[in-house]
Structures are given as C-alpha cells and as structure tokens.
Design a binder for this molecule. Structure first.
Ligand SMILES: Cc1ncc(COP(=O)(O)O)c(C=O)c1O
Length: 394
C-alpha cells in the first residue's frame, strides 16, 4: 500500500536550510530561516529559561500525565499575557498546545466542528502553513488583499473591500503583530475598523500571535487584538512561545477561545478536550513549565522581559541600519519601509532571479518570495549586504 505514496514537495525554507549548510563559502549569511539570531549568529537559550529549567530540575517530582488541557496554570498566564484584562474571564478558555502550530491546528479543528461549512480567510501573502493546515483539515480557504508590493505597506482599502464579503460562515485570520512574511502591520485604527466589521458582518476573528514582544513591546503588540477581544462576542487566538521565549524545539503554545457566554465556554472547552484526545492527546510539559516558572516569579519575569527587550531593540536597530545603508547605496528613500516594518521579517521585493543571484554571487540566503530575516543581519556586514542588494538591482 505505501508504495502508492508519491514524494510531496519539500518545504522551500527547509530546502534553503539544507543549501545553506552545504555551502562551503566562509562568508555565507543566512537571512532565510525564521529563528532569532544574536549578533554572533546564534540562537541562544535565554538566561531566564536556563534559570527556570534549573529550578524545575530541582523541584519536579513526577512526570505523570498532566491532562488533556496540558499545564492549566501556564495556559491561564498566557491568556493574561495576550489579553491583559480585556475579555471577561468567564468567557475565556485557554489550553496548552504543542507550539503555535498546535494551537492553530486545534482551533481550526474546533471551528470545523462548530461549522463544517466555515471558510477561513487569510491575508495575501500569509505564513505558508495557514492555508496548508486549513486545507489539510478539509476546511475551505479564501484570501484577502493585504500587502501592497509598491508601497510595501498594508493595502487597507483593498483589505476592507475584500472582507466586505465575509459573513457569519467565515473565519477571518489576522496576524496579531509582526506579520509573517511581510513585516507590514495593522495599525490600531485598522483593528478598530476590523472590529466594527466583525460586529456588523458576524464573521469570527481568529488571531495568530506568534511574535508578541518582537515588534514594539508585549502590550503594544497585543493592543489591536485586545481592542477586538474586548468588543466581539467570540474570538479564537493562537499564541506561541517559540520566538519570545526561544523555546522553539520544546513546542510550547496556547490556544485561547473567547466564547459568547460562560455556558458556551464550557462547551468549547469540552470540545477542545475531545479534539486533543484524538490528535496528540497531551502536549509536552517542559516548555510550559518553564514559561509558568518565569511568568510567576517577578525576578525571573524581569530577566526574561529584559532579554526580550534586547532582542527587539537589536532588530529595530538592524532595520534602521539596513534602511540607512540602502539609502546611502541607492540614493533613494525607497527602502525606508525596512525601518517602518516590525518583527523578524520584511518582504524586500526581490525577484526569484535576484534571490538566486544573491545566493550564487554573494552567498546571501533569503527565502524565494524575498522574505528577509532581519535577525540574521550582521551590523558589521551591513554595507556589504546593502551593496549586494544594490548590485542585483533590488
Ligand atoms: C505566523 C506564524 N504562526 C505560527 C507559527 C508557529 O510557531 P510554532 O513554532 O510555535 O509552531 C509561526 C512560526 O514560524 C509563524 O510564523
């Protein structure tokens, strides 16, 4: 039977990782893979994580099952981190998941359970897994206009026009902050208008917030989502600790459901437990225990928040340096958008040929759609990188 399987296409980002590793050139630079890197090019374990791990190692006395909801203390803390005090607590339920991907998967499952005819709308472009995951679950998908390749900003007018067609059978997926792959984000005014649309048209907002704290700050990055959560009757939120706690491989995330009433919340939680049971049952514990330890201890929390601030300010400064270097190199302001974008990524507008030339002639690796990982830039090589971008005609 298994011989009938055909190879499925390789993930382009994994392909770039393999090509980068095989490249013998010592000056190669990886601006492709979506992990944060420090000034040395390393993805280090934050001190706060190490300190929490040491405490857990000392105090943990069992590895017995936690239950289908995972670490409920962790999930409550994550709901607070994301929502602040905006949504009424009896209407909010949160469960631990295996990463942000696990949260999206379980929430899409829940949406399909609630309405088998539902369609999930995602931005153009969006993180590749959004459509793939929904389609894998047999959920219909549609796209709404988002990024304007000319201005390199959100095309608010076209987005709103497209979303006029979304109604009660639709789920509209938004990036909470730090849009992947574009780096162009919704303003608070956009969130306010989208909230009005959700209320008037009855669509269910779903927010993927995988980079909280990577844009302008923990509260600033959640401000739009919080505005919406305080006003709409129902909302789905997928959050991840992969980036802001650097727990990538520990697979730590949280699915949050805002329901229309306390009774609906009880039903949603029961459905989530059933869905968890038939997917991977329970999420891994270690990462959630680390996050719970950090968020409940004021000293550890301060260490973590300072480390997160350092990551964010480094990315903001790299953005400014690249925009300045491109301005100097090209004598134009058309790369100022790099400094205006937020988060780990920007779509820089290179053609596939230019992306290939960057790799072949300059050993600079970026994703084929021209997504640049800002955290991969090196301050000391900024002029060289800007020169390469200018040389291939970006
Ligand atoms: C927009 C977006 N959502 C969700 C995720 C999933 O993150 P995780 O590694 O926690 O599954 C990512 C990861 O890159 C992402 O970029």
């Amino acid at each position: 039977m298994l011989s009938s399987l055909k190879p499925s296409p390789a993930d382009p980002i994994l392909q770039i990782m393999a090509e980068f590793q095989a490249d013998p050139r010592p000056n190669k630079i990886d601006l492709g893979v979506g992990v944060y890197k420090d000034g040395e090019g390393l993805t280090v374990i934050p001190k706060a994580v190490k300190m929490a791990e040491a405490r857990i190692l000392e105090s943990q006395d069992t590895k017995s099952y936690l239950g289908l909801l995972g670490d409920v203390g962790f999930a409550g803390l994550m709901a607070d981190l994301v929502l602040g005090d905006t949504a009424p607590s009896d209407r909010v339920g949160a469960i631990q998941t295996a990463g942000g991907s696990g949260a999206l998967y379980i929430l899409m499952n829940l949406a399909r359970e609630a309405n088998p005819d539902a369609t999930i709308w995602a931005s153009t472009p969006t993180w590749g897994n959004h459509h793939a995951m929904a389609e894998g679950l047999g959920v219909k998908t549609r796209s709404y206009a988002y990024f304007d390749p000319k201005t390199r900003a959100v095309d608010v007018g076209r987005m709103m026009d497209d979303l006029k067609a979304a109604g009660p059978n639709d789920i509209v997926l938004f990036h909470g902050c730090c849009h992947n792959p574009t780096g162009a984000n919704l303003t608070l005014a956009d969130w306010e208008r989208l909230t009005e649309m959700a209320l008037a048209q009855g669509f269910l907002p779903m927010v993927d917030i995988a980079y909280q704290g990577f844009g302008d700050g923990l509260d600033e990055d959640a401000a739009g989502l919080r505005h919406m959560a305080a006003r709409v009757p129902e909302m789905l939120i997928a959050t991840s600790c992969s980036k802001n706690f650097a727990l990538y491989r520990d697979r730590t995330g949280c699915a949050i459901v805002v329901s229309g009433s306390a009774e609906a919340q009880v039903a949603a939680k029961a459905n989530l437990m059933t869905l968890m049971r038939i997917t991977y049952s329970m999420p891994p514990d270690h990462g959630a225990a680390i996050v719970r330890t950090i968020l409940t201890d004021p000293d550890l929390r301060k260490v973590w928040e300072d480390e997160l601030t350092a990551m964010r300010t480094r990315m903001l400064s790299l953005r400014q340096s690249l925009a300045d270097a491109m301005r100097a190199r090209t004598n134009s302001d058309r790369f100022d958008f790099i400094a205006d974008h937020r988060g780990m990524f920007s779509l820089i507008g290179a053609t596939p040929e230019q992306v290939a030339r960057l790799r072949d002639e300059f050993a600079i690796y970026i994703v084929g759609d021209s997504r640049l990982n800002i955290a991969g830039l090196r301050e000391e090589r900024m002029d060289e990188i800007a020169e390469a971008f200018a040389a291939v005609g970006i």
